[in-house]
Design a protein around this ligand. Structure first.
Ligand SMILES: [Zn+2]
Length: 104
Protein backbone atom coordinates (compact mmCIF):
# COMPACT_ATOMS: atom_id res chain seq x y z
CA UNK A 1 0.00 0.00 0.00
CA UNK A 2 1.79 3.11 -1.22
CA UNK A 3 0.00 6.40 -1.28
CA UNK A 4 3.05 8.66 -1.04
CA UNK A 5 4.46 8.06 -4.50
CA UNK A 6 6.57 11.20 -4.58
CA UNK A 7 8.77 10.20 -1.62
CA UNK A 8 12.09 8.62 -2.69
CA UNK A 9 12.73 5.04 -1.64
CA UNK A 10 15.86 5.86 0.33
CA UNK A 11 14.20 7.97 2.99
CA UNK A 12 13.88 5.86 6.13
CA UNK A 13 10.33 5.58 7.32
CA UNK A 14 9.34 3.33 10.14
CA UNK A 15 5.85 2.13 9.53
CA UNK A 16 3.35 0.81 11.99
CA UNK A 17 3.56 -2.47 10.11
CA UNK A 18 7.31 -2.72 10.74
CA UNK A 19 6.93 -2.06 14.43
CA UNK A 20 4.20 -4.66 14.69
CA UNK A 21 6.38 -7.20 12.94
CA UNK A 22 9.22 -6.52 15.37
CA UNK A 23 6.89 -6.73 18.33
CA UNK A 24 5.62 -10.05 17.04
CA UNK A 25 9.16 -11.39 16.79
CA UNK A 26 9.88 -10.33 20.34
CA UNK A 27 6.64 -11.90 21.53
CA UNK A 28 7.50 -15.14 19.76
CA UNK A 29 10.86 -15.29 21.44
CA UNK A 30 9.34 -14.59 24.83
CA UNK A 31 7.21 -17.71 24.59
CA UNK A 32 10.44 -19.69 24.86
CA UNK A 33 9.93 -21.19 21.42
CA UNK A 34 13.60 -20.76 20.70
CA UNK A 35 16.04 -20.72 23.53
CA UNK A 36 19.11 -18.56 23.14
CA UNK A 37 22.25 -20.59 22.42
CA UNK A 38 24.01 -18.27 24.82
CA UNK A 39 21.90 -19.28 27.79
CA UNK A 40 24.12 -20.72 30.49
CA UNK A 41 27.22 -18.84 29.44
CA UNK A 42 28.87 -17.31 32.45
CA UNK A 43 32.04 -15.40 33.26
CA UNK A 44 33.66 -15.39 29.84
CA UNK A 45 36.19 -12.83 28.72
CA UNK A 46 34.81 -9.41 27.87
CA UNK A 47 36.11 -8.04 24.55
CA UNK A 48 35.95 -4.52 25.92
CA UNK A 49 37.58 -4.58 29.37
CA UNK A 50 39.28 -7.98 29.19
CA UNK A 51 37.95 -9.32 32.47
CA UNK A 52 36.08 -12.61 32.82
CA UNK A 53 32.86 -10.85 33.72
CA UNK A 54 30.62 -11.48 30.74
CA UNK A 55 27.52 -13.59 31.29
CA UNK A 56 24.18 -14.41 29.68
CA UNK A 57 21.50 -11.76 30.10
CA UNK A 58 17.88 -11.64 28.96
CA UNK A 59 17.18 -8.05 29.93
CA UNK A 60 19.30 -6.25 27.38
CA UNK A 61 17.96 -3.20 25.60
CA UNK A 62 19.01 -1.65 22.33
CA UNK A 63 18.64 2.04 21.53
CA UNK A 64 18.29 3.30 18.01
CA UNK A 65 17.42 6.67 16.52
CA UNK A 66 15.15 6.39 13.52
CA UNK A 67 13.95 9.46 11.66
CA UNK A 68 14.80 11.53 14.72
CA UNK A 69 12.82 9.30 17.03
CA UNK A 70 14.42 7.26 19.75
CA UNK A 71 13.30 3.67 19.80
CA UNK A 72 14.23 1.21 22.52
CA UNK A 73 13.95 -2.49 21.91
CA UNK A 74 13.65 -4.20 25.30
CA UNK A 75 14.03 -7.79 26.48
CA UNK A 76 16.85 -8.75 24.14
CA UNK A 77 19.05 -11.71 24.93
CA UNK A 78 22.80 -11.99 24.70
CA UNK A 79 25.86 -11.44 26.85
CA UNK A 80 26.54 -8.58 29.18
CA UNK A 81 29.64 -7.56 31.08
CA UNK A 82 28.89 -6.87 34.73
CA UNK A 83 31.97 -4.70 35.01
CA UNK A 84 31.92 -2.29 32.07
CA UNK A 85 28.42 -2.88 30.69
CA UNK A 86 29.58 -4.09 27.28
CA UNK A 87 26.80 -6.07 25.59
CA UNK A 88 26.81 -8.62 22.79
CA UNK A 89 23.49 -9.67 21.33
CA UNK A 90 22.71 -13.22 20.30
CA UNK A 91 21.54 -14.23 16.82
CA UNK A 92 17.82 -13.70 17.31
CA UNK A 93 18.36 -10.32 18.96
CA UNK A 94 20.80 -9.28 16.24
CA UNK A 95 18.18 -10.16 13.66
CA UNK A 96 15.65 -7.85 15.28
CA UNK A 97 18.21 -5.05 15.52
CA UNK A 98 19.30 -5.54 11.91
CA UNK A 99 15.73 -5.32 10.70
CA UNK A 100 15.61 -1.81 12.15
CA UNK A 101 19.12 -0.80 11.08
CA UNK A 102 18.36 -1.69 7.49
CA UNK A 103 16.02 1.23 7.37
CA UNK A 104 18.56 3.84 8.43
ZN1 LIG B 1 33.77 -5.54 30.27
Amino acid sequence: MRTMGDIPENIPIITQEMMEKTTTEIAKRNTGEKESPMRGIKDIKCPSCGDNTMSYADDLAFDVILSGERIVIPNLTGLKCSKCGEAAFDASSTKIIDSLNLMT
